[in-house]
Design a protein around this ligand. Structure first.
Ligand code: ATP
Ligand code: MG
Length: 423
């Protein structure tokens, strides 16, 4: 057999987060989870793979995701499985399965990779991370407002508030949308010559999505299309008004965008997106809305739900541009050990220091090397101090301490003095 020396590469559109990038990710994750817990949201951890049927039934057969973006395969039992393209369906599936939705209120979040077979480009990947949030059991516009306030707080804490804008719309109830849908289809049918292929297809499957088209030649047509607002009933209208009032009251700015329809079938009433102009075409950082109807659609009793998902890569791209993340130095102290006895004693001392000094980041030089080469590594590590153990130090029961970022001299200390120094 011929030898294959070529290295194996990652799958297109699936990216690595390298060690130099992970501090920024950890920083964002920390801030986000702090905000979530300040609103008393709890984490739920879900499988990455679900039955294909779950996504077909929830996201809808005629959405972009189900039509062309899912990673679907048969497993060894010939069951059709799918790598989750989003988290809402799995989260609801889990809550229904464990009986969490009977007369209960929940505020949940999840975090992890999602998979969609899209054309990879900046801000668009085939494996990407989402932070998702779902609430159940609350029909009022106050929870819609809370969810938006929470996201607003995240942007503030992450230092990107100036870079994002809130867009808001209401989609009414399913019944209201059905009436509107017919009006809309009739309107577009009078202008078939202007519709592009995508829109002609959507005219049958998901006509509201036509409003979302970026095609320049269709903008005038879309501008003049009937508006859903005019078909809303009293309840939907009131719900939206109350939400908007709360946002006004708390000074959250928004743009009403009646073309914001979202790609998924399950949304009704409130929908919103946080968008930025700094990431080119992939400008939506966070998108969500109310999806009361989905719970029955998945076999539960009628209930209420609102949630959102945010794209972590897009968020990170934005934070990278601003370069405002305080990245901590990875190493506080670097331990240099030369000689067999020093290596043994050093390992013992290192464990002792980690016991005694909370939060200490101590890197021990492993696999030997001369003083010179170990000092070089110590310097490169960014550590503030080098602890040096050689034969002399060990025989005297001492440690040499060298400050690496100041001109101070190297000094000899007992182990206890080193602990005092580092505390
Ligand atoms: P888009 O219009 O950009 O395709 P979407 O409507 O498909 O977005 P949602 O399903 O609402 O997106 O997902 C929520 C968020 O997840 C998006 O706003 C975006 O930030 C992020 N996201 C979605 N798809 C991708 C992807 N392929 N790569 C990276 N992030 C993504
Ligand atoms: Mg998409």
């Amino acid at each position: 057999m011929a030898k294959n020396n070529q290295s194996v590469q990652a799958i297109r559109g699936m990216h690595d987060i390298l060690p130099e990038q992970s501090p920024r990710w950890q920083y964002a994750e920390k801030i986000i989870t702090e905000v979530l817990s300040s609103y008393c949201y709890k984490e739920i951890r879900l499988p990455i793979v679900e039955k294909t049927e779950l996504f077909k039934r929830s996201i809808g057969e005629v959405t972009d995701i189900v039509e062309k973006e899912m990673y679907t395969f048969d497993d060894r039992n010939n069951d059709s499985l799918t790598l989750r393209p989003e988290g809402t369906a799995g989260c609801l599936r889990a809550c229904l399965e464990h009986g969490l939705l009977y007369n209960q209120v929940h505020r949940l979040w999840y975090y992890g990779p999602m998979f969609r077979h899209e054309r990879p480009q900046k801000g668009r990947y085939r494996q990407f991370y989402q932070l998702g949030l779902e609430t159940y059991g609350m029909p009022g516009p106050d929870i819609d407002a809370e969810v938006i306030l929470l996201t607003d707080r995240m942007w503030n804490k992450l230092g990107i508030r100036d870079k994002v804008k809130l867009e808001l719309n209401t989609l009414g109830t399913t019944a209201e949308r059905l009436v509107y849908r017919e009006k809309l289809v009739n309107y577009f049918k009078q202008h078939l010559d202007i519709l592009d292929d995508d829109s002609l297809r959507r005219l049958e499957t998901n006509p509201l999505r036509i409003l979302d088209s970026k095609n320049k030649d269709m903008q005038q047509l879309i501008q003049n299309a009937p508006e859903l607002m005019a078909y809303l009933g009293e309840d939907s209208r009131k719900h939206f008004e109350l939400l908007v009032q709360t946002l006004d009251d708390l000074g959250i700015e928004y743009t009403l965008n009646n073309r914001l329809v979202r790609g998924l079938d399950y949304y009704g009433k409130t929908v919103f997106e946080w968008v930025t102009e700094d990431l080119g075409a992939q400008g939506t950082i966070c998108a969500g809305g109310r999806y009361d109807g989905l719970i029955e659609q998945l076999g539960g009793k009628a209930n209420y739900a609102i949630g959102f998902a945010m794209g972590m890569e897009r968020l990170l791209l934005l934070m990278e541009q601003l370069d405002n993340v305080p990245i901590e130095q990875g190493v506080d102290v670097y331990m240099i050990r030369v000689g067999t006895e020093a290596e043994k004693e050093g390992m013992r001392l290192a464990e002792k220091l980690r016991n005694e000094v909370p939060g200490l980041k101590l890197q021990v030089n492993c696999s030997g090397g001369s003083y010179k080469s170990q000092f070089k590594k110590a310097d490169k590590s960014g550590a503030e101090f080098a602890l040096i153990l050689g034969e002399d130090e060990v025989s005297r029961g001492e440690v040499s301490v060298k400050p690496l970022r100041t001109d101070q001299d190297q000094t000899n200390m007992t182990q206890n003095e080193v602990i005092e120094l580092l505390l």
